[in-house]
Design a protein around this ligand. Sequence first.
Ligand code: FMN
Length: 199
Amino acid sequence: DNSQKQETIVKQPEATSMTVESDENVSETNDTAEDTKIVNNETDSVKIAVVYFSGTGNTKTIAEMIAEETGADIFEIIPTQAYTEEDLNYNDDNCRTNKEQNDDTARPEISNDLSATTEYDIVYLGHPIWWGTVPRIIQTYLETYDLSNATIYTFCTSGGSSIDRSLSDLRAWYPTLNIVDGKRLNDASKSEIAGFCYR
Ligand SMILES: Cc1cc2nc3c(=O)[nH]c(=O)nc-3n(C[C@H](O)[C@H](O)[C@H](O)COP(=O)(O)O)c2cc1C
């Protein structure tokens, strides 16, 4: 229960000047709090989300590390039709993923509601590299939900390819998005994650 949780929140003095109009519960606690510490990330003025798709778990691991590092809320992009091992076998020209990646119009359906992800100031968007770029389901996501108010950082895992092409593809396809930077974070250490999150 969110509202109950927020009633226990009290802020440090320097936090009292932040903008909280959008959140009734938080603003109620605003003037009572002088000297106690922030106990919940919901009081932060900057809302951070990690949104990711992961076929085989590598990107998920990194996504969870970023969420832990930043205190972000984490959202998984879940395909309606899960990717099987067969689907992901890129040695087979006819496998599902190869067909999707070769088809500019392919937009695999997402099963879960991710509308809450449009409410964040910073979005870390994570994906594996498939044939040099983002899986098509990332396009489904960006075309379904309007992230134009967010500052976006992308991250990827891959077998070796850099993030450069997926970054330039996303910027070309979605010019209204503010994609600041992106980084390949394979097997990243905690300090590498922190370096990515706090520049
Ligand atoms: C269909 C498909 C295409 C891939 N294409 C590339 C590629 O072009 N370059 C690369 O370095 N790795 C490629 N990979 C490897 C994945 O990027 C890598 O295993 C990644 O860490 C998977 O992340 P995940 O476990 O979150 O799905 C590909 C994998 C699949 C399934």
